[in-house]
Design a protein around this ligand. Sequence first.
Ligand SMILES: Nc1nc2c(ncn2[C@@H]2O[C@H](COP(=O)(O)OP(=O)(O)O)[C@@H](O)[C@H]2O)c(=O)[nH]1
Ligand SMILES: [Mg+2]
Ligand SMILES: [Zn+2]
Length: 312
Amino acid sequence: MPHDSSVAAATASPQPARIVAAFGRNFLADRGDGRPFPCVARGKRSEVVCGDRVLLRPGDPAVIESVLPRRNTLWREDAWRSKVFAANLDLLLVVTAAEPPPHLDLVGRALIAASAEDIQALVLVNKCELPGTHDLLQRLQPLAACGYRVLEISARERPRQTLELLQPWLSGRTSMLIGASGVGKSTLANTLIPGLQAQTGTLSEALGSGRHTTTATRLWDLPALPAGSALLDSPGFQAFGLNHLSLTQLQHAMPELQARNGQCRFQNCTHRQEPGCVVRKSVEAGAIDAGRYALYLRVLQELLEAPRHARA
Ligand SMILES: Nc1nc2c(ncn2[C@@H]2O[C@H](COP(=O)(O)OP(=O)(O)O)[C@@H](O)[C@H]2O)c(=O)[nH]1
Ligand SMILES: [Mg+2]
Ligand SMILES: [Zn+2]
């Protein structure tokens, strides 16, 4: 009997795999053996993102049959809409540094994005050997006060200590670095993944996307850590979209507001002008940091103004 591989593929049962690279409609999947292979999505509009657990129908190329339910999703935003770009994350490493001048608004927003998706977050103060670090730690005190862990690292000057410090956080989990340009994300990624720069070159060939690799999202294994440790790399990405959040989600995503949930006179209090607002009172009394409250007001204003039905 002639061997018909298409019949064999059509009758084989779908296999579980994880999407480890995504660019447009091109994907790489991994069955857990660390040997990524190309696959394609069915249908016109691809809803598959890096980090997705999928069922694959074997073939050449393999075809993504279905996407398994996501534990969480990360969103990026442009002028018109919010868009999912990654899924199933365990830990967000929010990187900042004394130089270039820190962007604490970005740090606060990243922490909101993580909380809203139930992703643990860690603030990393990189370049901690710089003299400006002390001031920066002072400015980050309000975050520590509401429960966020702040760790000092020096990815370039003390790579081994940095790796040791982060090891327990990264082990067996999928993590992502985020932070403003110049804080040291690439330096840290190269510390965590020896040979990363070289691997990035071959990614373009594997995806067949040539010059577009800089916008591909990639999940890298962390070879120095226990199996299952991975780092999500999304080059050029610096800020999460928050406009898909509801008022309630935003309030739950800030620990100091969450702690006062339901204590205002009005159940649906926006914590702006309402009488009997416990949050405003706490800001006036200094129990809630004024800078964090200002961040809340900015994000609230943005999501109230965002087009509500333009999500993709
Ligand atoms: N002083 C100091 N500089 C660092 C450290 N880590 C990274 N840098 C430098 O910061 C600059 C930006 O680093 P890069 O990794 O490209 O930042 P990215 O834009 O966040 O990816 C480079 O010149 C790095 O050498 C560090 O721990 N200490
Ligand atoms: Mg970089
Ligand atoms: Zn209130």
